[in-house]
Design a protein around this ligand. Structure first.
Ligand code: S3P
Length: 176
């Protein structure tokens, strides 16, 4: 695998858990943009949002994407909002194959609420989060590959992604 595999999707899509399984399957490392940012900042994402605000966090995401330009053959899990700004999908596609873990909104919302401390959910009603999801969907939809991650476990999703990647590589290979 020459390029990287870049997982995108809304909060609760399972990017980290699928990324872990997929990386193992492909013999690659999993790199998470949120981890890059917390390591560089020396503080958690909720702390960054509280102290500096969202714009600062988004600028840190830009720097993470820039640094990822040095990576080859890895699995990259992005934060849910990362692809959803002008130019970001293009930047991610330069890193490798972009895979959207899609799901129905209710599943995403329930999962996102149950796990983790997510500043983008704080103080927002279900309707607010649905509006956020709808505004982000067009960005996610520009991925190279879409996998329905709603009803499947991480192992099954990783298998589907690996198959889709293999099919793309076959298509890209010159025919003999
Ligand atoms: C965010 C999603 C989070 C994290 C940050 C902002 C978002 O990542 O990057 O809290 O804007 O949707 P997950 O998608 O892993 O929850």
């Amino acid at each position: 695998m020459d390029g990287n595999v870049v997982l995108i999707g809304f909060m609760g899509a399972g990017k980290s858990s699928v990324g872990r399984v997929l990386a193992r399957r492909l013999g690659a490392c999993l790199i998470e943009t949120d981890d890059m940012i917390t390591a560089a900042e020396g503080r958690s994402i909720p702390e960054i949002f509280a102290a500096e605000g969202e714009a600062y966090f988004r600028a840190a995401e830009d720097e993470a994407v820039r640094l990822l330009g040095l990576k080859r053959g890895e699995v990259i899990a992005t934060g849910g909002g990362l692809p959803c700004r002008e130019g970001r999908i293009e930047a991610l596609r330069r890193l490798g194959t972009v895979v959207w873990l899609s799901s129905d909104f209710d599943t995403l919302y329930e999962r996102a609420r149950r796990s983790g401390d997510r500043p983008m959910l704080a103080g927002r009603t279900r309707e607010d989060v649905l509006a956020l999801y709808r505004s982000r969907e067009p960005f996610y939809a520009r991925a190279d590959v879409t996998v329905d991650a709603g009803r499947l476990g991480p192992d099954q999703i990783a298998v589907r992604i690996a198959r889709a990647l293999a099919a793309r590589e076959r298509q890209a290979a010159p025919s003999r």
